[in-house]
Write a protein that binds this ligand. Structure first.
Ligand SMILES: [Mg+2]
Length: 295
């Protein structure tokens, strides 16, 4: 495992030591992880973002530890996340999809948060409009452009498209959004790595982080939690902000914290920094190994 690039004086084992110290001080760890780009590398086709067997085993080891609560907080839908980790279900893990707007307790097979059904119809109409605008301009869906259906939202991916075409369809999407007041009122536009999507307005990863911690706190009222959130792109900034506000720790994966403009300088300085999902997996695995003698 390599040392950190941005904070060379703070190697990964100190991250694990800090978490172990929190456990020894009587805290339980509330570990919340983004999925794409944090646990798995960003891939050309979003459906290919599968964790390997070792990564899945690490999730199980964390999920079943009595002093750890585990959640995935992702822009994906809960159904998509279920697909990625179906081989390890049902473990005690929360899946917070759609940036925290849809939350499912895997162990109890219980839906904890679900958006308004009307959003599905609004979203379907907007998806059709964007599709029609693209067809009007190009005659057919350009190569490398894909729509990802997420129930209450959808994403337009252009990682595999020609750069100019990708930027153009992104703009078509934005223009359509700007023109439609009903969509405007219910959703916001969110852009990530070669992807643009609409997200119901109240949904964001900060709300997702607070929802998960509140839920664990309600179900374990006597337990003091130390929350941790890890993420890799713009949509994760509010999650990192939320976890720091709760007195926990934030991990920025493959991103320079100085570019996370939603965060204050003080918040950016407080982040732990990892180079890539492989290093994230390494830290989680090292944590599991350090936990064994404790349990
Ligand atoms: Mg991500």
């Amino acid at each position: 495992m390599s040392v950190l690039t941005v904070k060379p004086s703070f190697p990964n084992h100190l991250m694990v030591e800090t978490l172990i110290q929190e456990l020894q001080a009587g805290h339980h760890l509330a570990i919340m992880l983004d999925y794409d780009g944090t646990l798995t590398p960003i891939v050309a086709r979003p459906e290919d973002a599968q964790l390997d067997a070792e990564g899945l085993q690490t999730l199980i080891d964390l999920a079943i530890h009595p002093q750890i609560r585990l959640a995935l907080i992702s822009g994906r839908s809960v159904e998509q996340l279920q697909g990625f980790i179906k081989s390890i279900l049902p473990q005690p893990i929360l899946l917070a999809g759609l940036h925290g707007g849809q939350v499912w307790d895997a162990q109890n097979n219980q839906c904890l948060a679900e958006p308004d059904e009307n959003l599905v119809n609004l979203k379907a109409q907007f998806l059709q409009d964007v599709y029609d605008h693209i067809l009007t301009k190009y005659g057919e869906l350009p190569q490398g452009i894909t729509f990802e259906e997420k129930g209450y939202s959808f994403a337009l991916h252009y990682r595999l498209a020609d750069d100019a075409v990708g930027q153009d369809v992104h703009q078509i999407f934005q223009n359509a959004f700007d023109l439609e007041a009903t969509i405007h009122n219910a959703f916001r536009v969110q852009a990530g790595h070669s992807v643009v999507e609409i997200v119901p307005k109240p949904f964001n990863k900060g709300a997702g982080v607070r929802f998960c911690v509140d839920y664990w706190q309600k179900t374990h009222p006597e337990t003091p939690f130390f929350p941790l959130f890890a993420g890799d792109d713009k949509t994760d900034e509010v999650g990192l902000k939320a976890v720091l506000a709760l007195g926990g720790a934030g991990i920025a994966v493959n991103v320079d914290p100085q570019e996370m403009l939603a965060l204050s300088h003080q918040e950016r300085d407080a982040l732990w920094v990892l180079q890539d999902p492989a290093e994230m997996q390494g830290v989680l695995k090292a944590l599991v190994q350090a936990l064994s003698p404790l349990s």
